[in-house]
Ligand binder design. Structure first.
Ligand SMILES: Nc1ncnc2c1ncn2[C@@H]1O[C@H](COP(=O)(O)OP(=O)(O)O)[C@@H](O)[C@H]1O
Ligand SMILES: [Mg+2]
Length: 304
């Protein structure tokens, strides 16, 4: 990849003798949406903090927008907008004041910031909310305000740590739509998430992490095709171990998690035929997704 927006090479970070980020290499091309996908504790926020130059890696190299990080992180930061995992807004201040305070931080004068406010509020779907106190906003509105605030210096690169965690589905979809608009405007996005659906819908490419290690990398569809490559039948309601024995001859792989059996098979019609005599079953046939990829690579589900 020539001239990537972000490049990590063999990056390590250890806390108390425990490798939290282990030999991580990836690059993010300009204009793409790149995802770091992994469960809680996988090391996502630690990677983000290293990319921003807030903490130093113990080994390895990081380049962001052509600058070595952390040595020249201040220069890189001028071109980056950040959405941290936890909203760090000034609750007692209004929406407008929050944007102005941040503008000052980026060296904008009051007039420049004032001029930016209307279009930022429009982008964030917060029109008419300029004088609301942050404490009175919903969770989704706060998240969109943090996103608007991250855009005040018109950054080319956005780094977002779990942009939609703890939002309801409607608020989440609104954020996704805003992010697509930013991508259409040519921005580069690095986001972290533990939502498979978010990664699948938004990301051009992603890096799947577990315990600080990369376990897979690629375009969501390519990962799904190469790792799974067939439809999935979820079966609940019976005894998974008995069911396993019945369908085994037709399955390329079977996973049992709790009360659910996941059957991966090139010919699901044949599997259904085998199950015809079993009563009380509920069957769900669906295309494969990143959840299946994660399950296959780790042996467990992302939220388990
Ligand atoms: N400052 C720190 N000191 C000690 N351990 C830390 C520190 N920051 C993170 N960790 C540990 O590193 C691991 C990865 O954390 P984190 O990067 O926050 O993961 P994620 O964002 O994927 O949930 C966790 O086990 C966490 O407890
Ligand atoms: Mg985190």
């Amino acid at each position: 990849m020539s001239n990537p927006a972000i490049q990590l090479t063999d990056v390590q970070k250890t806390y108390h003798d425990r490798g939290v980020v282990r030999g991580l290499t990836f690059s993010v091309a300009k204009g793409e949406c790149f995802g770091l996908l992994g469960p809680n504790g996988a090391g996502k926020s630690t990677i983000v903090r290293m990319i921003l130059g807030l903490i130093s890696p113990d080994a390895g190299r990081i380049t962001v927008l052509g600058e070595q990080v952390p040595a020249r992180a201040r220069l890189a930061r001028a071109g980056i907008g950040v959405v941290p995992q936890v909203d760090n807004l000034e609750d007692a201040f209004t929406v407008r004041e929050n944007l102005l305070i941040f503008g000052r931080y980026f060296g904008l004068n009051t007039r420049e910031s004032e001029e930016a406010v209307p279009s930022l509020l429009e982008f964030a779907r917060l029109e008419g909310r300029a004088e609301s106190r942050v404490a009175d906003l919903s969770g989704g509105m706060k998240r969109r305000l943090v996103l608007a605030r991250a855009l005040i210096n018109d950054p080319q690169l956005l780094i977002m740590d779990e942009p939609t965690t703890s939002l309801d589905p409607h608020a989440r979809h609104l954020i996704w739509e805003r992010l697509r608009l930013l991508l259409a405007r040519g921005k580069t996005i690095l986001l972290t998430t533990h939502f498979m659906e978010e990664a699948e819908r938004l990301c051009d490419r992603l890096c799947v992490l577990e315990n600080g290690r990369k376990i897979a990398e690629g375009a969501p569809n390519a990962l799904i095709d190469s790792q799974i490559g067939c439809d999935v039948l979820e079966v609940y309601g019976g005894n998974p171990l008995e069911l396993r024995a019945i369908i085994e001859p037709h399955a390329s792989r079977i996973e049992v998690r709790g009360e659910t059996l996941f059957c991966y098979a090139p010919d699901q019609a044949a599997v259904r035929l085998r199950l015809r005599g079993c009563t009380g079953l509920r069957l769900l046939e669906r295309p494969p997704n990143l959840e299946d990829v994660f399950l296959r690579l780790t042996g467990h589900r992302i939220d388990a």
